[in-house]
Design a protein around this ligand. Sequence first.
Ligand code: NAD
Length: 354
Amino acid sequence: MKKIVVIPGDGIGKEITDSAVEVLKKVDEKFNLDLEYEFHDAGGTAYDKFGEPLPAETLEACKKADAVLFGAVGGNKWDNVKAELRPERAILGLRKGLGLYANLRPVKVVDALVDNSPLKANLVKGVDLVIVRELVGGIYFGERCESEIKNGSERAWDLENYSVPEVERITKLAFETAKIRRGKLTSVDKANVLATSRLWRRTVTKLSENYSDVELNHLYVDNCAMQLCVNPKQFDVIVTGNLFGDILSDEAAVIGGSIGLMPSASIGEFTSLYEPIHGSAPDIAGKGIANPMGTILSAAMLLRYSLHEEEAAKAIENAVDKTLDDGFRTADIYSDGFKKLSTVETTQEICKRL
Ligand code: NAD
């Protein structure tokens, strides 16, 4: 048996993870994957029950699992909770506890949704890229000073640093990802200004000697931000550090037209975690109208990266594409002429197409 820990979390978390589990059960029937599920609390729901956003029991279960499927956490209800106990702390705790060193965010614009993109149809039709972001290093985890007086003025600082092994680990994953895709890797840095970026570039270039089947190019981050708007189709896999990846992955996500559709994977040394990129959407929680596709596509990534079940992963992705092609839409992507469905109905349509 392969054990999947499911963490619904808060807000729409339960609705969307229920959908993804239903789809996984359906795909399991077809491909004999032998999956079993264990449900655990995190976020505000866990705070209400146990007084902490990430109970030790949840983290332990995740460590023992073959993979983790995560919904979303957070909501206004916990706005006045102490910073260290807020629901979102569960995400940082999981990242640290599971050693999630890489975040993979695919952006695939399906033909049926080309008109939902803020970019012109001719620019986005056919976009299919993945951003691989380093997740546990760089300036977000460097030394910092909140406030000091120097030469009579108050200042603050944050230190960016990367080691060769850190860059090698994320770059290897990016090369491997490119190898099973279209064989093109773009490394993004700011090597014209930053020493950490020059070390990043040297390390990536050296590693490329082991991957003659992958074509490598380098872009400065400002140029990459621009290229994502003017010619996103040029990209296959993009690899970059924590800060640049945070910004570029949000920029790239909007190209797809709706955050409800976007999946992600956070890869760990042992266990990896899969979740949609959106939050807990408290404004629509409990209404049964959330788009479950981001979570369902995250479940497909789980099958691909943690269980190496490529055929089953592809089957889910095709079923989602087909549901959209056939004109079914949740409220967030609905427009005149399409068929509007609830979360549960959307899930059923996807299951039918499996
Ligand atoms: P959000 O992503 O939850 O919602 C932004 C907007 O998108 C809302 O209008 C929401 O209704 C809509 N939306 C999001 N997902 C949708 C879906 N699947 N289907 C249809 N519509 C969808 O972002 P927010 O409002 O800034 O944050 C709400 C809470 O979520 C906050 O507490 C925030 O801290 C938390 N959050 C959690 C995560 C996470 O768990 N990984 C990520 C981001 C935000």
